[in-house]
Design a binder for this molecule. Structure first.
Ligand code: C5P
Length: 276
């Protein structure tokens, strides 16, 4: 099958996310701090005589990876021919950016295979430009196409993976102007990260998300999980359009302690490392 490339496609957490307004094209203007998470899919790409995408899970409908190949083919005049195999570990429709990250990995691999350079990430999906830049931490603006890298270290986090799914479009539809409160938090967090003075306490305080209200109205269980955690002294923030929640830990021991407490409360919690 010719030379193949295997890439790791990492998940992301939105440490803080503000919805700035609605655009004429129906999308929302955002400002958000994106952090790479250690959880990753494996994406293998090889030359092929047609477009074939195999995924270890059923994504229901066309895989975003296929859209990525087509977008790059359209922009560069190539036939959209590639073999893509995705080994999925990142939960889908969870607010972790798994599909977008797979798509960005496919774009990188196929661009290398065809020896072309075209910036089509934003056409494939709003979160794709962050992954396409391949930076660990960034302030992301616009629809997602403006990516300002930030200096990153490693921070221990606990990720709570609910069993249910939320469609991004449904959460944005449910969003109301009155939900807006996170913009000053995003700005404060981005500035502190830029200056290298964001402590774990500081990150916890500013981990606000304007989509939380909408996600909780569509899925009241999110509020129950956050209340159960709060009753045990643990603040859970939401990533993206949810329903994945996360806690910022002080260190590895703290992450193990938080994960244990949340699991006892019935939540599916696991320690991870985020690039913050
Ligand atoms: O760009 P992507 O396909 O990931 O977006 C999925 C849906 O989420 C869009 O159809 C839109 O309804 C909503 N969205 C939005 N504003 C953004 C990103 C996504 O309204 N910045």
């Amino acid at each position: 099958m010719g030379r193949s490339v295997t890439l790791r496609a990492h998940a992301k957490l939105n440490l803080a996310l503000a919805v700035i307004g609605k655009r004429d094209d129906g999308y929302h203007e955002l400002r958000s701090v994106f952090a790479r998470l250690d959880l990753a899919d494996d994406v293998r790409v090889a030359p092929h005589s047609k477009l074939e995408v195999r995924n270890t899970v059923d994504v229901g409908g066309e895989d975003i990876a296929a859209r990525a190949v087509r977008a790059l083919a359209d922009a560069t005049g190539h036939e959209p021919h590639a073999f893509v195999r995705i080994r999925k570990r990142i939960p889908m429709a969870a607010g972790l950016g798994g599909g977008s990250s797979d798509a960005a990995a496919v774009l990188r691999a196929v661009a290398g295979m065809w020896e072309v350079d075209a910036d089509v990430a934003a056409h494939v999906g709003s979160d794709v430009p962050f992954f396409a830049r391949d930076v660990p931490l960034a302030l992301v603006e616009g629809r997602g196409e403006i990516v300002h890298p930030l200096p990153a270290r490693e921070t221990h986090v606990v990720v709570v993976r609910p069993t249910l799914h939320l469609r991004t479009a449904d959460v944005f539809n449910e969003f109301r102007v009155e939900d807006r409160h996170a913009a000053p938090h995003v700005d404060a967090l981005a500035e502190a990260l830029r200056q290298g003075r964001a402590t774990t306490d500081f990150i916890r305080v500013h981990a606000e998300n304007d989509l939380l209200g909408a996600a909780e109205r569509l899925c009241p269980a999110i509020a129950s999980w956050r209340e159960a955690a709060a009753a045990r002294g643990i603040a859970l923030a939401m990533s993206g359009s949810g329903p994945t929640l996360f806690a910022i830990a002080d260190d590895r021991a703290d992450a193990l302690r938080i994960a244990r407490i949340l699991r006892r409360a019935g939540l599916r919690a696991r320690p991870h490392l985020a690039s913050v």
